[in-house]
Design a protein around this ligand. Structure first.
Ligand SMILES: NC(=O)c1ccc[n+]([C@@H]2O[C@H](COP(=O)([O-])OP(=O)(O)OC[C@H]3O[C@@H](n4cnc5c(N)ncnc54)[C@H](OP(=O)(O)O)[C@@H]3O)[C@@H](O)[C@H]2O)c1
Length: 325
């Protein structure tokens, strides 16, 4: 564990000291998915202000986030519609980019679009699982495949926003975790495959940040609607105490969400602009969460489940089924 920590610190120090050059933004274009809100929206503005040619794709091109981007943009920022779950939508966006690159090269794509749906397996529908996989896992695959020919020309970068939920099991967030674990697998295999083309595949694993994804009100509504979908089985199978503890678990994790969303955007910017980017960035702020993740990842596999049980015993109320079942 300490060897791993020491190696990470040495690597960081060496990079900061000797490998800190930045690429020139002139004649470089970046394509970003899911720019309606959150990281994507902020990143589009940040890169625009740094002189990049930006293609900011939005699920709702007439929505608030897209309009805001259109108002604040320079001539270099294009706002266009794209749904990462639809082949023809991705194809249209690709044609638009090809037609509007001008003298620029496509330097990077940022697979940012993401959704959270469902809670525990029992509180989630199959649709929740399918939707999460479609946006969070197959979306990056679909977009990366479509834009590969342009990236091969520039020897550019593919930046996938994965999540700690792709390396650490977050209880009662199973459809999201499933899709992010798969996204991490895709990222790691793809990095290896793209190396021979000179394309860097970079993973960003942000801590919890206050964006549309972690909005407590929206999550509360989603939770209530999941309970409604359970229908009669709710009362038959789950005690109010159990439901309450699932709610508390959800609220416990959301309470970690950091308001400084720009911290994540700083790392996204580094991944795009550094001449020698890290393979993985982990924008985090909460020392307890940072320690818990580090500890968990470095434990032998056989102890990981036990450590989760201990943590849930200390921090979370224990979900109990109805006694008569
Ligand atoms: N916030 C966090 O704590 C956190 C932590 C780890 C990882 N992440 C990841 O970071 C990425 C960005 O999320 P965020 O936190 O910035 O949340 P966000 O504000 O909800 O941004 C996600 C964006 O993706 C868009 N989107 C949803 N479905 C789409 C589709 N089918 N096609 C295209 N765009 C779609 C959403 O559009 P609408 O808003 O119009 O639906 C939204 O603008 C996600 O991949 C997320 O999993 C976030």
């Amino acid at each position: 564990m300490f060897l791993n920590y020491g190696a990470t610190l040495t690597f960081k120090f060496t990079k900061q000291r000797f490998l800190n050059e930045e690429i020139q933004s002139k004649d470089k274009a970046v394509f970003i998915t899911g720019c309606d809100t959150g990281f994507g929206n902020l990143l589009a503005k940040r890169l625009d202000s740094k002189g990049f040619h930006v293609f900011a794709t939005c699920l709702f091109p007439d929505g608030k986030g897209a309009l805001e981007l259109k108002e604040s943009r320079s001539q270099r920022l294009h706002v266009l519609h794209m749904d990462v779950t639809q082949d023809d939508s991705v194809e249209k966006a690709l044609e638009y980019v090809k037609g509007n690159l001008g003298s620029s090269e496509l330097w990077a794509i940022v697979n940012n679009a993401g959704i959270v749906k469902g809670f525990s397996v029992e509180f989630s529908s199959m649709k929740d699982f399918k939707d999460c996989l479609d946006v969070n896992t197959l979306g990056p695959v679909r977009v990366s495949k479509a834009f590969l020919p342009l990236l091969k020309q520039s020897k550019g970068r593919i930046i996938n926003i994965t999540s700690p939920a792709g390396v650490f099991p977050i209880p009662f967030c199973t459809p999201y975790c499933t899709s992010k674990y798969a996204a991490v697998g895709f990222n790691d295999c793809f990095r290896f495959e793209m190396d021979i083309w000179g394309i860097k595949v970079i993973s960003i694993e942000p801590d919890m940040f206050q964006t549309g994804l972690t909005d407590p009100k929206v999550l509360e509504e989603k939770f209530d609607s999941s309970l409604k979908d359970l229908g009669n089985s709710r009362e038959e199978e789950f005690s109010e105490e159990f439901i309450d503890s699932v709610k508390k678990t959800k609220d416990f994790f959301i309470s970690f969400a950091c308001p400084q969303v720009s911290l994540a955007v700083d790392d996204l910017e580094s991944a795009i602009c550094s001449t020698y980017p890290d393979p993985t960035y982990r924008p985090r702020r909460h020392i307890a969460f940072r320690f818990a993740l580090f500890f968990y990842e470095n434990l032998p596999k056989c102890c990981q489940f036990f450590s989760l049980k201990v943590a849930s015993y200390i921090f979370l109320s224990n979900p109990q089924k109805k006694k008569n079942l």
